[in-house]
Design a protein around this ligand. Structure first.
Ligand code: NAD
Length: 494
């Protein structure tokens, strides 16, 4: 039997897109599995004038949209835990209404004073809400916990992130703050630690003696769609690299934690990020490439999308080379790339091992091919699994080698039953496990790195648009690796 977690969840932005598309279905799954059951209550708030009945309709629709055959009786039980308070977060006086409601529900559902405050609103409200929660006396006193969940983005550069963090620190300690990076809730991202630290085969070789380079690709095949307003102010560097990619890279680069606990894992991730080389202007220009998509297929070019200024220099693609100045990784580039309107939608990590120092099977006169590097690919999405390329004899009469693939993919049934990121992450918050959230030192170091690239890009005029929809980005992204006599493992038409 799963352990039931007791808590009030006060949700700011309860009528918004994220809440209705992701958060209610995630909570419902936790309810279905018994992780939350009798002793939880949700106070939804937003400026909208909604009563409990209407709110419960919203939650029901959201669950039914996510799960076509949701059990009606279970959904009916679930929504009895949902209450709504119309509340403008800037209205100081009105916090007392939230406070009274929290106390009433705490008694009714026997919540032991445990409170989760989830801010699913535009980022400019994060600091205001956190401050008001404390100043207006909403934090639980006594033995109950107070936890704050913050959505992305966490600032738009180091300075603004620090300002936000200072505002949050006024009300919450670092160990009470859960900064969401939903990539950290993905099954195969969490599997990176299992693959590395659960297998002598990999961890023993996980260093610059045996690894040639590591490649991380987060590809999307859609354009900006309806998010142009947000996206044009952000761009791929801020939207994807500073958070998701930096988190994945730190999991790949970190040392083995003392134990599989949030404090120990965070300590190692921070250490790795601190050894990431922060580039000077020349290095940033050489080691990072940006792109913006052109028109193609039936789609418009980025600058013609609704809500995008015609002279926008916002990048929809980034590729870069990251270098860690430490004993384990000295000399091993981590290549990263992400972009919109690429060939396909997928996320993968390719760990490229060095070839054997001597290739005794190379008989050019017989037309034999050279040995391939061993490549461990971690397929994060849509397929979940990993594959390993090894060299083997090809079965001919002569002695010819060929690369063969050892594949493991989760079955679609297992994948379907795997909790979605928000389900895991909300569960982690209720358990008080910060492993899969970004800590402030991680966020700060990631911003310091990314700011340097941004600074250089802000003073240089890009040649946009520079890649076609359906490609894998601008030619310069291939040249970035070609300069190092390498190539991307994932290429088009694979
Ligand atoms: P949204 O605009 O759809 O919802 C915002 C909510 O805030 C609404 O309920 C609105 O009524 C409420 N609100 C606005 N001003 C208010 C005020 N003054 N007082 C009280 N309530 C107010 O936004 P969203 O897409 O749900 O995003 C929420 C957060 O989640 C943002 O930080 C966003 O960056 C992040 N996020 C969203 C998604 C997504 O898929 N939507 C994905 C990742 C991260």
């Amino acid at each position: 039997m799963p352990t039931e977690r007791r808590s009030l969840i006060m949700l700011f932005g309860a009528t918004g897109d994220l809440a209705t598309r992701k958060l209610y279905p995630a909570m419902y799954n936790l309810f279905k599995k018994g992780n939350i059951r009798d002793h939880f209550a949700v106070i939804g708030t937003s400026r909208h004038s909604v009563d409990d009945a209407k709110f419960r309709d919203i939650v029901t629709k959201s669950v039914n949209d996510a799960e076509k055959k949701a059990d009606k009786k279970l959904v009916a039980d679930f929504i009895k835990h949902f209450f709504f308070v119309t509340h403008d977060v800037t209205d100081l006086e009105h916090y007392s209404v939230l406070k009274d409601k929290a106390e009433e529900l705490d008694k009714e559902f026997k919540l032991n004073g445990n409170r989760v405050f989830y801010i699913s609103m535009a980022p400019n409200f994060f600091g205001t809400v956190a401050k008001n929660l404390k100043n207006q006396g909403l934090l639980s006193e006594g033995n109950g916990f107070n936890r704050l969940v913050i959505e992305k983005p966490f600032g738009r550069d180091f300075e603004s992130a620090k300002e936000l963090n200072d505002a949050l620190s006024h009300s919450f300690n670092e160990d009470q703050i859960y900064r969401i990076d939903h990539y950290l809730g993905k099954e195969m991202i969490q599997n990176i630690e299992a693959i590395r630290f659960g297998n002598t085969l990999f961890e023993a070789l996980w260093n610059n003696r045996y690894i040639d380079n590591i490649q991380v690709t987060l590809a999307e095949n859609l354009g900006v769609e309806e998010r142009a307003g947000y996206y044009d102010n952000s761009g791929a560097l801020r939207d994807m690299v500073q958070n998701h990619i930096m988190q994945i890279v730190s999991l790949l680069a970190m040392e083995q934690p003392v134990a599989f606990k949030d404090v120990d894992i965070r300590a190692e991730k921070v250490k790795a990020l601190r050894s990431l080389r922060v580039y000077n202007v020349a290095e940033a220009s050489t080691n990072f490439v940006r792109g913006q998509y052109a028109a193609g297929g039936n789609g418009k070019e980025y600058r013609e999308e609704d809500g995008v200024p015609a002279d926008s220099n916002t990048e929809t693609f980034v590729a870069g080379k990251l270098l860690f100045d430490n004993y384990r990784w000295s000399g091993v580039p981590f290549y990263i790339r992400t972009g919109k309107k690429l060939a396909d939608k997928f996320t993968r990590v390719d760990v490229v091992f060095k070839k054997p120092l001597v290739d005794i099977f190379s008989f050019p006169q017989d037309g034999n091919t050279l040995l391939s590097p061993n490549v461990l690919t971690i397929h994060i999405e849509p397929n979940q699994g990993f594959s390993l390329v090894v060299n083997a004899k090809n079965g001919d009469q002569g002695f010819h080698t060929e690369p063969v693939n050892l594949d493991f993919y989760e079955s679609s049934q297992r994948t379907q039953n795997t909790p979605q990121p928000y389900e895991r992450l909300i569960h982690d918050v209720l358990k008080g496990d910060g492993t899969n959230f970004s800590s402030w030192p991680e966020v700060a170091n990631a911003w310091k790195f990314v700011d340097q690239i941004r600074r250089v890009w802000d003073i240089q005029q890009p040649m946009f648009p520079n890649y076609l929809p359906g490609s894998m980005g601008p030619v310069a992204a291939d040249e970035l690796l070609a300069r190092d006599h390498r190539e991307w493992i994932y290429k088009l038409n694979q």
